[in-house]
Design a binder for this molecule. Structure first.
Ligand code: HEM
Length: 153
């Protein structure tokens, strides 16, 4: 192929790559967390947050070990409450009316590995829901400090 055609092809590829990057950036599909867009929007909004939170909680409730804490718990109420909490942590317009993290988990005697099961379930459900990596990691980063309030041994 003549050199001019190769150059032409290369610049066409560069142009396409730049256009795709611009499109992803402007549509909010960037995998990078954007400090100028509220996190709850990057997570897909309150309904989306509630949906992936509910799936993650249901998975933990079905876990042979970590599921022990969920016996007798009314899951739809818990999912609503945790969904609102996470939406608020993500700067969303949701109202969380539950107790603080220490009080609400005080009687559960939770270990670090049980906390990790929930974090992993959240990570996987956000992936399945198509949440961009940057937003997913920012949410997990904001939830991480609650570990010391929730885990008691
Ligand atoms: C980042 C980690 C976690 C967050 C953000 C979180 C958040 C919450 C919230 C917001 C509530 C509702 C409190 C209320 O409505 O007053 C709650 C309750 C509860 N959480 Fe968690 N939680 C976390 C970790 C865990 C883990 C690891 C488990 C168990 C494996 C767990 C099991 C429960 C249960 C069973 C309840 C209901 C307690 C009750 O009603 O007596 N949570 N959690």
């Amino acid at each position: 192929m003549p050199l001019r055609s190769v150059n032409h092809l290369l610049s066409l590829r560069a142009l396409l790559a730049a256009s795709l990057a611009t499109l992803l950036w402007t549509t909010g599909c960037s995998t990078t967390y954007r400090a100028d867009v509220p996190l709850y929007k990057q997570l897909g909004g309150p309904d989306h947050i509630r949906a992936f939170t509910g799936k993650a909680l249901s998975r933990v409730a079905a876990d042979p070990v970590a599921g022990r804490s969920f016996k007798g718990i009314k899951m739809p109420f818990l999912i609503d409450s945790v969904g609102n909490y996470i939406c608020k942590v993500a700067d969303g317009p949701c109202v969380y009316e539950g107790q603080d993290m220490q009080k609400s988990h005080a009687d559960l005697n939770l270990g670090g590995s049980e906390f990790d099961v929930l974090v992993q379930a959240l990570r996987e459900e956000m992936d399945a829901a198509g949440v961009p990596n940057g937003a997913k990691n920012e949410l997990l980063r904001r939830l991480a400090p609650s570990r010391s309030e929730i885990v008691t041994h």
